[in-house]
Design a protein around this ligand. Structure first.
Ligand SMILES: [Ca+2]
Length: 323
């Protein structure tokens, strides 16, 4: 108990703005963090291996502090994210892994095209998982102090994942901000949702397709996904339509939207279904409008961006249309 208190006070006196970029103060911070992790049950072997030659990564701080680019339009984003090339590869991947995806889709109640679409957008079907050492990236961000608590917690989670034997520290690769493997799960999401679908004792979202697909499907399923509904659809609204009605949380039955003049893009009637929907217009009233169902809100839990969620839906539709 006394030891833990001493460790806690040692952490407390670390200046919040400890960022100086020098390896020596980073090393000092790491040795204090190792003591804290050890007190939470992480083994010495894991800690020594995970932090062997650990480096402060200035590039990670640079990326964290980068000013957001001037906001691109959804039309530009969609062209880039739901490209013809990605649609074609998505169709190819769905075909290639059809048996596995059908099985996992049925098991978790998630249509396979959504698993493939998320995989395609997150890491270009596993080909771009980020290339950063997750332990060093998270340690750099936790040390630097701007969001120290958040990244320190994620670092602790990452160490627990290594300690449990799911992946070695050397193979724990991800984005500069710690999103890991082919599904880009933060360590906390990994602990909550990752699956060992092929039952080899490891939840391997880096290299085992069955685990990658099942982990994504489990995330969606546990977040409220409905396997018998889609994400939403593009619609048209009357010229006089009030902008104040456009809100994904303003859910109304399809019949009510229909009575307000909402139609399919080319003027056909909305389907008759017992579904509640909201509306989004990522580029404003002059751009395309989309009716969004409950599954859209689930995708927003994965990534809180209407650009992202709408693109996942459109890519999933395009992939499924090729079957
Ligand atoms: Ca596994």
């Amino acid at each position: 108990m006394k030891k833990i208190l001493l460790i806690a006070s040692a952490l407390f006196i670390l200046p919040l703005n400890a960022f100086s970029g020098d390896q020596a103060s980073y090393n000092q911070w790491v040795s204090q963090f190792k003591a804290k992790a050890k007190s939470q049950g992480v083994s010495d072997a894991t800690l020594n291996r995970a932090f062997a030659g650990s480096k402060f990564l200035p590039r990670v701080i640079e990326l964290d502090r980068k000013q957001p680019e001037s906001k691109i339009t959804f039309a530009t984003y969609e062209k880039r994210i739901v490209s013809k090339q990605r649609v074609n590869q998505g169709r190819h991947e769905l075909k290639k892994h059809r048996a596995l995806l059908n099985e996992i889709g049925a098991h978790y109640g998630v249509q396979p095209q959504y698993i493939v679409a998320l995989w395609g957008i997150e890491t270009n079907f596993g080909s771009n998982t980020g290339g950063f050492d997750v332990v060093d990236s998270l340690a750099t961000l936790a040390f630097e102090g701007r969001r120290s608590k958040f990244f320190g917690d994620e670092l602790m989670n990452a160490l627990k994942i290594i300690d449990a034997g799911h992946i070695t520290a050397a193979d724990m690769i991800g984005s500069w901000a710690g999103a890991m493997g082919q599904s880009q799960f933060m360590p906390s999401s990994f602990l909550a949702y990752a699956q060992d679908y092929n039952k080899d004792g490891k939840k391997d979202i880096w290299g085992t397709k069955a685990d990658v697909f099942a982990s994504a499907a489990n995330y969606l399923s546990r977040s409220g996904w409905k396997g018998d509904e889609k994400w939403g659809r593009q619609v048209s609204v009357p010229a006089s339509f009030s902008k104040s009605m456009v809100d994904r949380k303003n859910k109304k039955p399809l019949s009510q939207w229909a009575s307000m003049g909402v139609k399919l893009p080319h003027g056909g009637a909305l389907p008759v279904a017992n579904i509640k929907a909201g509306l989004v217009a990522p580029d404003g009233m002059s751009g395309p409008k989309y009716m969004t169902y409950g599954n859209y809100d689930v995708i927003m839990k994965w990534n809180r961006s209407t650009y992202f969620a709408t693109s996942v839906g459109l890519l999933a539709d395009a992939i499924a249309a090729g079957q």
